[in-house]
Design a binder for this molecule. Structure first.
Ligand SMILES: [Zn+2]
Length: 405
């Protein structure tokens, strides 16, 4: 009993118990497991939650614990989970933004040598210490917004050497951060200039040489592909995915951001843990999501920043899909680390409810990373990872317009 710690008088606690039971589908207010004047018992040895509930229901055996703290005046929700970032990159893209404000399109800027190529060159040239320093600053900012678990993709180096360097930077960050970091290998983010017009050869190279090498290092958990017109086709993604599965990596996918090419159907069929963007998803694929465990990760910040349509959150949730929200933090299309702000945009622009938005940045985002058994809810057996809000209701999270830190 010595290792047990009692947190008492917590003004409001969200366990998300009902969300867990429904596996994140169609969450409503009662699923949030909102407890007023709550208690929580934590085992300090393994940092796991032992008991949560109303203070008046606290079992006799925990009533006299020596280690006890008050949560009076605080709202406790699960630490937020950020399930889609491109956090390792060099350089800046301020000038691209200025050009877009003058009327140039994303495609025109890329064709003139700007866009992702600018970031790729700067990332290739950046020494690892600099990448690490910048990424650590970004992580600190994410932490301020209540995030405790965060996914990071490679994909701005696009040589084996620089992609491995990005994975090593993520490993180094993991060693020094209090957060849970999830590394994703994304060599198929764009075709590098060395393979311009020869994307099939680039895909063959990833399968024959890069995937075996990355798998050997054990530095990546997920493998991701950007399926889009002018990037990678569903056929190329299929080949890459089979090879990634062979090497023990789990699948993620960027799909339907600008056009619907068939990537979503492929991702669901191959059991991808998440398919992300979905701004232009077809009706048929929305139905398919309702019957699959694949999480639909929506990125409203990217739509806001590029001035493109928002993904159909309502239709996906109503079809029974598990929907998560993320910033898509990256220098080109969403340079924001403010995940709570994404819940505001989701509620006001995509007509999500507050319970749906809360589930989307906790339990469902954890499911997108295959971590829902550890984080994203505050029930017995889960890790003691709490986001403490200095307010009087969890409803303040989307309400506060990203200002709640
Ligand atoms: Zn992305």
């Amino acid at each position: 009993m010595e290792a047990l710690v009692l947190y008492e008088e917590i003004s409001q606690l969200l366990t998300l118990e009902g969300v867990v039971q429904k596996k994140g589908r169609r969450p409503v207010q009662s699923d949030l497991g909102c407890v007023e004047n709550a208690c929580m018992v934590v085992n300090a040895d393994d940092n796991l939650i032992v008991w949560t509930g109303k203070g008046t229901d606290l079992p006799e055996t925990y009533k006299n614990l020596a280690h006890r703290f008050s949560g009076k005046g605080q709202v406790w929700i699960p630490e937020l989970v950020e399930c889609h970032t491109h956090l390792i990159y060099g350089g800046t893209r301020h000038h691209d933004f200025a050009l877009r404000c003058e009327g140039q399109t994303y495609q025109q800027i890329a064709a003139a040598g700007g866009g992702i190529l600018t970031t790729m060159n700067a990332t290739r040239e950046a020494p690892p210490e600099l990448l690490l320093e910048q990424a650590a600053k970004d992580l600190a900012r994410f932490q301020k917004f209540g995030i405790g678990t965060l996914e990071i993709k490679t994909g701005y180096g696009l040589t084996l050497e620089s992609e491995l360097r990005a994975l090593e930077v993520i490993r180094a960050l993991s060693d020094q951060a209090a957060m849970i970091l999830v590394p994703t290998f994304l060599p198929a983010h764009a075709t590098p200039p060395e393979y311009k017009g020869r994307t099939d050869s680039y895909v063959d190279l990833i399968c024959a040489e890069w995937l075996p090498e990355v798998a050997k290092t054990g530095l990546a958990k997920f493998f991701d592909v950007f399926v889009e017109d002018g990037y990678f086709s569903p056929q190329q993604a299929h080949k890459l995915f089979l090879c990634a599965l062979d090497h023990g990596l789990k699948l993620k996918l960027h799909s339907d951001q600008f056009t619907s090419l068939g990537g979503t159907k492929l991702g669901i069929e191959l059991g991808a843990f998440s398919i992300d963007h979905l701004d232009h998803i077809s009706k048929e694929d929305i139905r398919a999501f309702g019957e699959s465990n694949t999480v639909a990760v929506l990125l409203p910040g990217a739509s806001l920043f590029t001035g493109t349509p928002y993904p159909p959150a309502r239709a996906l949730i109503d079809a029974g899909a598990r929907v998560a929200l993320s910033t898509d933090y990256n220098p080109g299309t969403c340079p924001s680390r403010n995940l709570p702000l994404m819940t505001t945009i989701a509620c006001t622009q995509m007509k999500m409810t507050v319970p749906e938005a809360i589930a989307a940045v906790t339990y469902n985002a954890a499911a997108a990373l295959d971590l829902e058994d550890r984080v994203g809810s505050l029930i017995a057996g889960k890790e003691f990872r709490v986001c403490t809000l200095d307010t009087d209701s969890y409803e303040a999270l989307p309400y506060c317009f990203g200002e709640l830190e």
